[in-house]
Design a protein around this ligand. Structure first.
Ligand SMILES: Nc1ncnc2c1ncn2[C@@H]1O[C@H](COP(=O)(O)OP(=O)(O)OP(=O)(O)O)[C@@H](O)[C@H]1O
Ligand code: SF4
Ligand SMILES: [Mg+2]
Length: 312
């Protein structure tokens, strides 16, 4: 719900994720990535938000029917999330050790000394040097990259089956970014957890994801294995996103931004929501919303002209 009445922040967003799989969700700012993640976590503030339809099935259980108490027991050991703003998610008045231990204690009965050992172990695992000595530090005594690692340690403290990482590296410099992404992939290999990685950066997707979901204006507009998205993008918006990725192999820069901006939920155009920005738009594109269609065995896209425009 917003000042302009009730609007659908996301609609018909449907996807699945398997054990040990890394699913990338990509799209411009405001496309609905975080709302999707928070819906899965059962953390959308309701009200004002409302899950009007649909369901989230996790390990055979329907999370949408669960009480707050049941959901609290799923969060942590079941699904865990690294939030988009690490600086605001850590409490400045408690030491990082206290915060990591509190997360573990919420789900496991352990003695104080065992809690401490587990916290050191987790901080060590995410690459905080001299973890035992850093336990009593406060968030402001750590660098941005280290705080992000603490957030990851907290998200992993209960060994979740699904980890949702919402823009886990946006605020970090390139070297730290690469380290954090490597860490996530190592953790997937070690624990077999499924990871949903949310980003507006196609480079991050290329390096980490097995499968990709592209979102635009609250809907999924393309889904495919990562190679399909990069080698044979079928939606004009995905092709536009890929043009915005700086090329490492060509010497000339080819940074072409997609013209125009993403519409607000209350101001979405009729028919295909990408039509006002699409160079291939035709009058028929504004008559109805294109639905996701299976165009290749593991590749879906929502564009009326996808088949006709697909590279041979
Ligand atoms: N609680 C809410 N109630 C209603 N609308 C919301 C709510 N939270 C976000 N929105 C709206 O839903 C749309 C999608 O927002 P969302 O935060 O999911 O985007 P995003 O893809 O995560 O963007 P970013 O890359 O900036 O993080 C936006 O238009 C936003 O204003
Ligand atoms: S349906 Fe039409 S406007 Fe929408 S992406 Fe396809 S060609 Fe462009
Ligand atoms: Mg977001």
């Amino acid at each position: 719900m917003t000042g302009s009445g009730e609007v659908n922040a996301i609609e018909e967003v449907s996807f699945s994720i398997r054990e040990g799989e890394i699913l990338g969700i990509v799209g411009e700012s405001g496309s609905g990535k975080s709302v999707t993640a928070l819906t899965v976590m059962g953390l959308l503030p309701q009200p004002p938000a409302r899950v009007a339809a649909g369901e989230v099935i996790f390990g055979g259980q329907n999370l949408t029917r669960m009480s707050d108490r049941q959901m609290r027991s799923i969060r942590g050991p079941g699904i865990s999330m690294i939030f988009q703003e690490p600086m605001t998610s850590l409490n400045p008045v408690f030491s990082i050790g206290d915060q990591v231990m509190e997360t573990i204690a919420a789900h496991e009965r352990l003695s104080q000394s065992d809690l401490r050992k587990r916290a050191i172990d987790m901080l060590d695992k995410v690459g905080i040097p001299s973890a035992a000595r850093r336990l009593d530090d406060y968030p402001h005594q750590m660098s941005g990259g280290q705080r992000q690692r603490v957030m990851i340690a907290m998200a992993l403290a209960c060994n979740p089956k699904l980890l949702i990482a919402d823009e886990p590296t946006t605020a970090l410099d390139v070297t730290i970014q690469a380290q954090i992404l490597d860490l996530l992939m190592d953790l997937r290999d070690e624990f077999g957890m499924a990871i949903m990685i949310i980003t507006h950066n196609m480079g991050v997707i290329a390096e980490t994801a097995d499968r990709v979901l592209v979102m635009y204006a609250g809907r999924v507009i393309e889904e495919a294995p990562v190679a399909g998205i990069f080698d044979r993008p079928l939606h004009p918006y995905t092709r536009g996103l890929l043009e915005c990725v700086p090329s490492l192999v060509e010497d000339k820069p080819r940074l072409v931004a997609i013209p125009g901006t993403l519409p607000e939920p209350a101001r979405r155009p009729p028919g295909c929501r990408f039509a006002p920005r699409c160079v291939h738009a035709q009058p028929a594109c504004t008559a109805a919303i294109p639905s996701l269609e299976l165009l290749e065995p593991t590749h879906t896209a929502a564009c009326f002209r996808a088949r006709e425009l697909a590279p041979a």
